[in-house]
Design a protein. Structure first.
Length: 266
């Protein structure tokens, strides 16, 4: 896109379009298990969101990012599309649907923000001026490096559903984008919640029962405040649903593909 840098797109399959949006931080590879299940029946566009992975485009507030992605879909003649959004990316997906209803056939919001209570106290601390930067970096390090060890050695099943399988420091590579998105999240929290009722397409909200990042109560609130939504709660599941529950996500997409009026142009 002119003046905004490029967005990396991994495209596979043919048929109605499904756009996959990873969370914060992340890359398109985090949704690969879902992509693999959908490629046989849909045209799947899996991207690195601005500021992450192989995308040159810098990060931006959710509304601007929503406009960028709708433009990307238009350029690829991929509308209307079903959007699958994990975690932070649900804010982007909600605004895509609210601002550009003609481009969006349906949403699958996976452990997504947008419900009351999805922004918790730790999010606000990481978004704080001055101290937010070092606290965010420390949190990413603890989440990626320490938490997997504690989960494995301590046999903590619930923790294991919410953190990486193996220790990693790669999260720190995106700490600048992560910090910016934390601040966008806090700044735009009320506006995103206010726009939910403008989303007219069908929505499936998928929530893990033991999600320690976006609480189940927030997922319930999100589904309750969307005009056409159903809630799927996955027992024993945490926040990393694209990794642990890709079949449930693919099944939600299939339900939208099969619904009257939600098929995309091939």
């Amino acid at each position: 896109m002119a003046g905004t840098g490029s967005i990396f797109v991994d495209e596979s399959g043919s048929g109605p379009c499904v756009l996959l949006l990873h969370g914060q931080p992340g890359t398109h590879e985090h949704l690969s298990p879902v992509k693999d299940l959908l490629t046989g029946r849909a045209r799947v566009l899996s991207i690195d969101r601005p500021g992450y992975g192989r995308s040159d485009a810098p990060t931006s507030p959710p509304g601007h990012q929503a406009a960028q992605l709708v433009e990307l879909l238009g350029e690829r003649e991929a509308t209307p599309a079903i959007v699958v959004a994990h975690s932070y990316a649900s804010a982007v997906a909600l605004l895509m649907a609210a601002d550009h209803p003609e481009a969006i056939a349906g949403l699958v919001l996976v452990a997504g923000v947008g419900g009351r209570g999805s922004v918790v106290w730790v999010d606000r601390v990481m978004a704080a001026p001055v101290v937010g930067g070092p606290i965010s970096s420390a949190s990413l390090l603890a989440y990626g490096l320490i938490a997997p060890v504690v989960a494995h050695l301590g046999g903590r099943t619930r923790l294991a559903t919410n953190v990486p399988v193996t220790p990693t420091t790669w999260l720190l590579e995106s700490r600048g984008t992560f910090l910016a998105e934390q601040r966008f999240l806090v700044e735009h929290e009320d506006a995103i919640e206010a726009r939910r009722r403008e989303v007219r397409c069908p929505v499936v909200v998928i929530q893990g029962e033991v999600d320690d990042v976006v609480p189940l109560s927030a997922g319930r609130d999100l589904a309750m405040n969307l005009p056409d939504a159903r809630l799927v709660v996955l027992p024993g599941a945490g926040h990393l649903l694209p990794r642990d529950e890709p079949r449930a996500i693919a099944a939600a997409v299939s339900s939208l593909l099969e619904a009257p009026g939600t098929s995309s142009r091939t």
